[in-house]
Design a binder for this molecule. Sequence first.
Ligand code: F6P
Length: 493
Amino acid sequence: MPESKQPKKTSASTSQSEPVHGASDFLVVSNRLPVDRVSNGTDDAGWRRAPGGLVTALAPVMAARDGGWVGWHGAPDETLEPFHHENMDLIPVPLSSDEVELYYEGFSNSTLWPLYHDVIAPPEFHRTWWDSYRLVNRRFAEAAAGAAAKNATVWVQDYQLQLVPSYLRQLRPDLRIGFFNHIPFPPPEIFAQLPWRQPIIDGLLGADLIGFQRPNDTANFLRSARRFLGASVKAQQVHVRADDGRTSHISRAEPFPISIDVGQIQELAARPDIIARSRQIREDMGNPKTILLGVDRLDYTKGITHRLKAYGELLHDGIVKVEDASLIQVASPSRERVESYRHLREEVEGTVGRINGQFDTIENTAVRYLHHSYPVEEMVALYLAADVMLVTALRDGMNLVAKEYVAARGDNTGALVLSEFTGAADQLKQALLVNPHDIDGLKATIVRAINLPKTESSRRMRAMRKQILSHDVQRWSEDFLATLQIDAVRDDS
Ligand code: F6P
């Protein structure tokens, strides 16, 4: 993949970025830029496209429409000039170390993240975090306002930037603004806890179109808009009032379940070297009858401890033998400076150590625990090696791992155990659905997956593949953008 040249560093200050005026007809705004820095050992050598479906889906739109992307480049206390990479203008937004702590680790990931995921961990409410969130959202909005051409379309991504739509509308009323929330939106009874619930709803309503993963998230948002803002909601539309009481614009909320780059996963799953690698993985694991697989960011929403508990009890009860069924658990490092994530890591690693200490043999290991991130090629080899995929999230906006597993299983083999609390469960109805809090139910479902008759697993996988193959991430972005264009001129009331 070609790499772009290193952009010029200006200063280490945290002052607002100087906007580049009016070049982009289509802009994406997200917390992180879709590129990773490449190092040649001693020096920064350039940038490489980050893995992920969103950037792949939007690449053709970027190329066709003078596209740009506004986001943080990942290094605190560094200001970079905008640069060009693979048909996109990249507009880096600087964050100071303090802002990383207050806006990103604080308000985004210790207030909003737990609040929006069913308060699995207690959210913390701090005014200094909120102040930083507002300031940083304003900076992102200013960067986008400076980069967008007249009447451009701007698509803002995710919970870190919920104030950007309204700031942007104030700065640039000519723009068409979309927002997509990648994580769940909580019911009003939980959202009510947020001291800044009103300005957050106000911020989102700056968008012409607000996309959510599930119909439930959409309904939760509309109920909150009515309850906390007294907004006039008709069907999926909110009539947003200006100060003089007149409707300034109509904001529409709708579900758009995100998906994956199906073509890429299928292509990799058919590659001889990746198939050979998957065989090697099975051999290296001691050729057990069944390989169970979990792949998650190390996050408390993913239900990793519930999964380990169920598997550990199955070994303890003698229902599963370590020679017959081993678990590979990939847990990629995430948000490692946030307290609740540190605790989780200790808990997971302690549990894995206990299970392995008790059940490993010289030849076989119960849990092969990998605290790493892997390239997509290795992930696909793991999907091919796994007989049973375990997705036991306690709450998840979508869960793309479940979709990737299904996309990789071209021969219709394999079983997917899927939490009913994921967005993916709405689409993958033929998975073996579980409530991960019900440990006995989870154990029974794992045993069922291990022993699933071939005809049944094939029937289920075929049906799930039919859904995934016709709903890829390209279709998701096309649907969203088509609705955003149409919505600017449509009023259903
Ligand atoms: O699902 C929300 C999300 O922000 C994803 O977009 C991202 O892959 C993940 O969480 C981790 O994000 P980060 O490492 O930036 O906190």
